[in-house]
Design a protein around this ligand. Structure first.
Ligand SMILES: C[S@@+](CC[C@H](N)C(=O)[O-])C[C@H]1O[C@@H](n2cnc3c(N)ncnc32)[C@H](O)[C@@H]1O
Length: 245
């Protein structure tokens, strides 16, 4: 006979639907608590040894898709230092955390998302935490000349971004994440930091090399559990290839 644990008792007593409900309620409370602690002190949350980001990732519960701890840490750290609006390609947990930081900086955090269903989940959570600094833009990917990428509302967006977090579109997209530079390049002022996740994949490294060839920028591959690429725009932005309609 198996060992009795609180979970084995719950499993034996509750029907599957009630168990799922309980898990959802518990998960939401856990996430609420972690978000409250993050919003109270984002600087402490990114300090080495602080486990809050790991707790947020676990409680958010989107394994395989969510940004991981080291990448979230560097994104939040740069956002805390940034003196202008921030942009993110591919929404999720990072949208909430960067939204908290933008709110604190009295700035805006723009997130581009192409999946309507996913955007509804993210948007609902953004509203739940009252993150009015978040501007979530949802539209299907658009076909450009040789690649697919987001279709950002350029007319409504800030003229310059201080930080770009690239965690989308997902792998398998034509051209991968390449579109960020040709589409957004005029909005990347000198000093703008670009953080490209998933640099363990050759595809992302190729994209970063293409960006560097097209931008006046530095390029650093940060080796950690899940490597990412950090670039800093050093020169004046060259004219973009795509003008808003
Ligand atoms: C790598 S995810 C972005 C994750 C985000 N930066 C975060 O911290 O949670 C890139 C894209 O994958 C899609 N996505 C996220 N979660 C998903 C899921 N559970 N199933 C399918 N697609 C998902 C969304 O369109 C999202 O913009």
């Amino acid at each position: 006979m198996g060992e009795f644990t609180p979970m084995s008792v719950v499993r034996a007593v509750l029907p599957p639907r009630a168990r799922r409900w309980l898990r959802r309620v518990y998960g939401a409370r856990r996430f609420d608590g972690a978000m409250r602690r993050f919003a109270a002190d984002p600087v402490a949350a990114v300090a080495p040894g602080n486990g809050l980001l790991a707790e947020l990732i676990a409680a958010w519960g989107n394994p395989g898709w969510s940004a991981q701890e080291e990448y979230l840490r560097v994104c939040v750290t740069h956002a805390l230092r940034s003196n202008g609006p921030t942009l993110e390609c591919g929404s999720g947990l990072s949208t909430l955390l960067l939204g908290v930081v933008a709110q604190r900086n009295r700035s805006e955090h723009w997130a581009l998302e192409h999946e309507r269903e996913w955007s509804v989940r993210v948007g609902r959570t953004v509203a739940r935490y009252g993150l009015s600094a978040v501007r979530l833009s949802t539209a299907p990917l658009k076909h450009y000349n040789g690649f697919d990428w987001y279709d950002p509302p350029l007319h409504d967006m800030p003229q310059h971004f201080a930080l770009v977090v690239c965690d989308g579109p997902p792998t398998g997209t034509l051209g991968g994440r390449y579109g960020m530079v040709p589409v957004m390049r005029e909005r990347l002022r000198p000093g703008c930091v670009i953080l490209l996740d998933d640099a363990w994949r050759e595809d992302e490294r190729v994209v970063a090399r293409r960006w560097q060839a097209e931008l006046d920028s530095t390029h650093e591959l940060v080796a950690c559990k899940k490597p990412y690429i950090r670039m800093v725009v050093t020169g004046a932005a060259a004219p973009g290839l795509f003008k808003p309609a």
